[in-house]
Design a protein around this ligand. Structure first.
Ligand SMILES: Cc1cc2nc3c(=O)[nH]c(=O)nc-3n(C[C@H](O)[C@H](O)[C@H](O)COP(=O)(O)OP(=O)(O)OC[C@H]3O[C@@H](n4cnc5c(N)ncnc54)[C@H](O)[C@@H]3O)c2cc1C
Length: 276
């Protein structure tokens, strides 16, 4: 059954985004000032040559707890951090912090993401201050790969976008306050709040995330391998892939594999199994 002409026209309104994007904005740093601290305490610390700044920061914090810098240390940084993880001494991992921006993700996804409260900070594109007339939409691959389902999805999403535009202009036309006034700005916010109520879960958004390694580990464990939540799985794997090189030791018990459905899935080895 072919779609009516009107529906086809509507579908051309939709700009579809096929996957999440991520840019890292800041990474953990470790300055040379630690040397001053060590000399104050008469400590000497032989660092592992191949460790990264994030790993050194975590090892430094762990060693401050026991002032164990000078003790003969048979463990390199990776082994030291593995021991912290096995012991459950993961608060030390909270010192390693990243900021990154996600885009090409759906509002449905970010609603789930922001449930992660501890060790995460968020700044998300506002649908009250930002006009969504040109909103884009994230298509689930299950729909993208099914022409009939895609036709229905595009038609419905395009209708929602058109409704948003119509509501926005109708509500703006009935606004009473002169442009440039505080009341006008307030009523613009109110009308966007009203108009956005018709936008779907698939509406694309952008969100800046700041998170520490411990919180990220919790997120990867809980969210990285849910077979039935493809967008979450893709984003978790994307975050992992972008950060892991900064601190392989902090995520040494995780990896990303290809699931039988062809999409990435995270794998976590239990802590007693971490050395494998
Ligand atoms: C498979 C799956 C299905 C889900 N289904 C639903 C659903 O149907 N409905 C729904 O609403 N949510 C659902 N969620 C979301 C889930 O309940 C959590 O809100 C989300 O995963 C964030 O996890 P968290 O609270 O552990 O994370 P964070 O908020 O980052 O907390 C991290 C950890 O800190 C501790 N903590 C945080 N806050 C408190 C507190 N107030 N008191 C005590 N300890 C605390 C806990 O140990 C917690 O694990 C689901 C999650 C998953 C993974």
């Amino acid at each position: 059954m072919s779609l009516p002409q009107e529906a086809k026209l509507k579908r051309s309104l939709v700009t579809v985004i096929e996957g999440p994007r991520l840019q890292v904005l800041s990474r953990p740093n470790f300055t040379e000032e630690f040397r001053e601290f060590l000399s104050l305490y008469g400590q000497v610390w032989k660092q592992s040559e191949l460790s990264t700044p994030a790993e050194r920061l975590v090892e430094f914090a762990g060693r401050v707890c026991y002032m164990s810098f000078s003790r003969p240390a048979p463990r390199n940084t990776t082994e030291y951090i593995r021991h912290l993880i096995i012991q459950g001494h993961e608060s030390v991992l909270e010192h390693a912090v990243w900021s990154f921006v996600l885009s090409g993700v759906s509002r449905a996804f970010t609603h789930q993401l922001v449930r992660h409260r501890v060790g995460f900070s968020y700044s998300q594109l506002s649908q009250q201050y930002h006009d969504e007339e040109d909103a884009q939409f994230v298509v689930p691959p299950e729909i993208q790969n099914n022409p009939k389902a895609l036709a229905i999805w595009e038609t419905v999403v395009a209708s929602a976008k058109e409704a948003y535009r119509t509501l926005s202009s109708n509500l703006a036309a009935s606004a009473k306050h002169p442009k440039g006034t505080k009341m006008h700005r307030e009523s613009a916010r109110a009308l966007r709040s009203a108009a956005r109520s018709v936008l779907p879960n698939a509406t694309a958004t952008a969100i800046v995330v700041t998170a520490n390694a411990r919180a990220l580990r919790h997120f990867f464990r809980n969210r990285g391998s849910i077979v039935g939540d493809l967008e979450m799985r893709r984003v978790a794997s994307l975050i992992f892939s972008n950060l892991v090189a900064d601190a392989p030791a902090l995520f040494q018990d995780f990896d990303v594999r290809e699931h039988e459905d062809g999409w990435p899935i995270m794998h976590h080895r239990a802590s007693h199994d971490v050395s494998k």
